[in-house]
Design a binder for this molecule. Sequence first.
Ligand code: NAD
Ligand code: MG
Length: 398
Amino acid sequence: MSARRQRVCVLGSTGSIGTNTLDVLARHPERYEVLALSAMSRVDALLAQCLQWQPRFAVMPDTAAAAQLRAALREQGSRTEVLDGAAALSEVAAHPDVDVVMAAIVGAAGLAPCLAAARAGKRLLLANKEAIVLGGALFINAVKQGGADLLPIDSEHSAIFQCLPEDRSSWAQRIDHIVLTASGGPFRQRDPASLAEVTPEQACAHPNWVMGRKISVDSATMMNKALEVIEARWLFDLQPAQIKVIIHPQSIIHSMVVCRDNSVLAQLGTPDMRVPIAYGLSFPERIESGASRLDLLSSSAGLSFEEADERRFPGLYLSWQALRGAEGSTAVLNAANEEAVEAFLNRRLRFDQIHQINASTLAQLTPAADEAASVDGLLNLDGRARRHARQLIAAAAA
Ligand code: NAD
Ligand code: MG
């Protein structure tokens, strides 16, 4: 353990991953201090966090929200400096005094700060899967060039990472394929014909995990697993055919590596995001996470496995389609899905139409030859795909 405390920047600190991160950090005040916190809109929640943690910086992309926070902090005599504008997220992520960046923003908005942290060579804890799905090769190159330490926080990817040796150069030689486990979400056993009536509240009620609304809807459509397939392709440098998905309703095995010799390595635990968060923070050491210990004898449900049925979960299969398509196709899929999920949460789109929007956008919009080669190109492609998806959503709602 280093003598000096590690200085942590938590992007998206008011969200589900953000608050779980602060919960782990609070258990280890001798190891970590919080240098920066950030949130989109919940001024009260960020204010309370700032008063508790006294970070040097608090960031709110929205100027009006930032002004509110600034005034409230001043009233309390706090010395936290409030920064506003989206660029400030990248600024704190790359700040010379920051050692660790927790990327827990939801959606493509997290790409720029992730790239900034990567280029600045930080320890980058990646929960924000949309950022790596959008950024792809560019993201990985930024990590390599910046000498950053990229550690997965998604529980499946953390599980794979925990099953692999520290020396990354041996990974390709030892992995035959990986198996990502999926709980199947709240509609695993529901009649697919009745999915048209699903409400946002029903879609957000996940059986095993409490999460933000976007990822909850993604779990219900299995688009979350689709994004995770793409995320795994980049994190572990795998071919699409080396990534498999199996349904495991109890969420106890968090994923598996199948080695060349057919030895299968798995990571198990209770479903609690504080385990991957603690591992990302302390790697290669292990620290207390706050999660309860798995008791296999008292877990009455046992461990069971099912095939991920393409008719029930068609969204999952878009991931391999996008990975095999033109470079940038995964960015198109992600953009369409972000728009479709938002429209569903705002009751402008039916649950079963999310897949139609995603599949149609992916089929109809082809990335230009060099669009995925630069950040500007990718953001342009992301914007084009969103506009295309929005037109399809408007037509579907009409
Ligand atoms: P959440 O909605 O609970 O929190 C999102 C956070 O990001 C909030 O602090 C919000 O203020 C901030 N934010 C939202 N939009 C922003 C924007 N445009 N600019 C800046 N900040 C913004 O979401 P979550 O469940 O914590 O998920 C965060 C990320 O982690 C997602 O990418 C999700 O897929 C991933 N993840 C979450 C879990 C989980 O258990 N919640 C598990 C694995 C991966
Ligand atoms: Mg996951």
